[in-house]
Design a protein around this ligand. Sequence first.
Ligand code: ARG
Length: 602
Amino acid sequence: MKKIIDILSEVMGEAFEKASYDKNAGKVTISNRPDLCEYQCNGAMALAKEYHKAPFMIADEVTGILKGELKDKADRYFSGIDTVKPGFINLKLSESFLKEYLDEMALSEKYGVTNEEGKKRIIVDYGGANVAKPLHVGHLRAAIIGESVKRIAAYMGNEVIGDIHMGDWGLQMGLIITELKEREPGLPYFDENYTGEYPKEAPFTISELEEIYPTASQKSKDDEAFREKALKATYDLQNGRRGYKAIWDHIMRISKADLKKNYDALNVFFDWWKGESDAQPYIPDMVEKMKKEGFAYESDGALVVDVKEETDQKEIPPCMILKSDGASLYTTTDLATLLERRKIFDPEQVIYVVDKRQDMHFVQVFRCAKKTGIMDKSVSLDFLGFGTMNGKDGKPFKTREGGVMRLESLIDDINEEMYKKISENHEVDEESARQTAKIVGLSAIKYGDLSNQATKDYVFDVDKFTSFEGNTGPYILYTIVRIKSIISRYSEDTGLSGEDLLNALKGYKLNIPDNETEKALMLELSKYNSVIGSAYYELAPHKICAFIYDTANAFNRFYHENRILTEENGERKKGFIALLKLTQGILEECIDLLGFSAPERM
Ligand code: ARG
């Protein structure tokens, strides 16, 4: 559907044109004085200089046209047009047009959201978990933001792949192998002459693995010889040593299952479970080509590609392709991964949702990929760098003991807090209170994160995030649950249920709003397609959060000011129910795009 703001801008544009000004001056924006008007047009202000006229004179000419020549059209879209000094045009939307617009939304697929740019193939690279190391809160943001960005892109009709891009090829593998060898040197994996099959069962469980890694990591810091061995083991693994590859397979299988469990709990799902290891086969040819075509040259023994540009404000160092010992790096892997992605999926856009401290890395990778032809210039490579999640002390989030907080414990803490609140609120059986706590807890975590602009740091505040009041996930869910319960009471009153109720609801049309709160709610809802569009183009899920917060507030005001189920006029009551249904539908669509859902009651 056409966005309301565009419809209004067209009408205003026509009026400017008829007054012999540029029609682009008719651009309408949402009012920044909601006490005075709903929309406004500031076009006259911008024209004043060029035409040597006072802006209000221009504004008056334009409104004159709207009230004269264009009266029919203006009446259809506006219920108020006022010129105010120095030259703003204040607009109020026509109540009957608003009703008509929402009625159409209610019947449209995706409530009227359309993608004017057409469908694209997009890869969202997010999650970025490192295999064999437990997920920590740093990975939380990547998962939450990435999942939402992916869902929004898919909702806009694109073909989207979410790729976890695991860190599965680094030193952590060599550390585990080395530690395992010290503990159990007799295992066949370490016997170079062994040619038989390796055991199907891994020689460790996930909890052992989680203990082996930090132990080995600490050892490598205290003991140089151990570190050397781990580096060597990493090298041997990467160069195809059979026994080590078999251990790697075990680690991968066990870790992936564990990661999947954790991501499932967060409502985060990847289409591809690829990792850094998958890019390795592409490296040798890629490097050869870069050398042959003269992009890569040797500098202090290392192989590099220059990526600085004349307009750079700061120093952009060359992109390193191979270290002096011939080893590849994080950049090499990301470049090779693009080759793989191109081969498998040929994306038109790749979005990386990664900690913003990796900014420079991605500047280098993107420039190098374009310069060397790994990616066509037309492909858009986007870095959505997110800020740090801090504790209340303003420092990166830690456990009470000051250690790195594991994701699982963080989720458990929130769920416990939610459970307490839910069982305090009313009598519920333990089992269903726990279930609800999980659903609401997830909204607390995700909304707490997503309501902030991704690039900013934010404070993870359990008390605030789990509150049922204010700008929180639980408040949004509470609002949805309230609507659901009114509709179910309506269903009891009317005896309509299931399919019958749904069919009846489809036939209900909204009211022409006749009070301020009803109109205010309708005005919010009418912004839906515009909000989803900006959230998509600007990679900005926080815009959806702001929208549903405004909508939930508008709904709750409407709810307090209007008697819905006791409304005596039957048609008007149906109109209210239609408005409730639309509000519920849009709120639920939005929270799904944010990656959580609402319970039946709470
Ligand atoms: N594994 C990396 C880390 O934990 C994040 C990977 C991000 N994605 C990428 N394509 N580099 O820092």
